[in-house]
Design a protein around this ligand. Sequence first.
Ligand code: FEO
Length: 394
Amino acid sequence: MNKVELKPNIYWVGGIDWDLREFHGYLTQRGTTYNAYLIIDEKVVLVDTVKHYLFDEMLARIKEIIDPTKIDIIVSNHVEMDHSGSLPKILEIVPNAKVVTSTMGEKGLKRHYKQDWDLQVVESGDTLNIGKRTLHFVHTKMVHWPDSMVTYIPEDKLLLPNDAFGQHIASDERFDDQIGWEILKEEAAKYYANIVLPYGDMVKKAIEALSGLEIDMIGPSHGVIWRSFIPQILEEYGKWSNYDSEKKALVVYDSMWGSTQKMAYKLMEGLEEQGIPTTIRNLKNTHISDVMIDVLTSRAILVGSPTLNNGMLPSIGAFLTYIKGLRPRNRIGFAFGSFGWGGQAVGEIEKVLTDLRWELPVESLKLKYIPDEDELYKMKETGKTIAEHINKES
Ligand code: FEO
């Protein structure tokens, strides 16, 4: 097991979850890591831990560097169990270690573990001297839990922001430049869109709070460590937290007998004729967590479902439930679909898009059974009209 030294006497001691393919409803096709960091100073500090089943891997990495019983302090930046899950086991080895956490972290850890640990609560802005270094703590409430906190080490220009700036990638590479910006941008976008998106205002506040700090390395709690693409990832977080979009469209649909599919492709034709790049996602074969990557940057989102049993298809229902929770803002919406008799699906979709406070400049469209040539022409024209609204407003 090779030691990974980020800075003199600061090590990565995390666990690599090569097998993980699902993370509370989010497909993690590349697996993930849970990153923990060990700082060797006059006090020995462990920042965060790993999911419980990777405890032995974390412990082995620590043992490569130091006797684990020498750990004095454990910083818990975030209570969620992918980062706190190995606290009980490490505290069996160092029962006298102090656990440093935020105010909400204290409440969360007590609710999760029901243990009488030596907890030290730090407020935002508090510091803790550990010898040659001082740990600075900044609360980043709701990025993405109430307890979320970052740890900053000014002497090393190192930011340990837990979930922020994470990516779900299992790799034997530890640094961003070993993977490359294109893959990282996609995985960081997917991570943001599926986990952080509802909290854009809080992300902005967090970025503001961190803006005065000198940072040349960011060690998130998932994926690789940023050292070469820091300006790029900060720029993307700025855009994402502002709910910015690009002049492009996304058509998300499912179909029973191909009619809603035909409508979807005609909408795309109209959009593209007007110069709007358009992505089509069929929910029969695309997972909603992957669709969120397109939602993150598309100005218009067109959602189509036929009517089944007086409502929309369950796949579209799941997508809309998911997106209602993630609450992307400032989008143009459009609902469409085929039907046989009741035709309720389109109205149901429209209601969700309205509840999201998206702009719906074009009336929803539903077509009976199988669209004819005139109706398909109308779909294409509707795509063009939506394109005009995108062009007007972008
Ligand atoms: Fe990676 Fe919110 O846990």
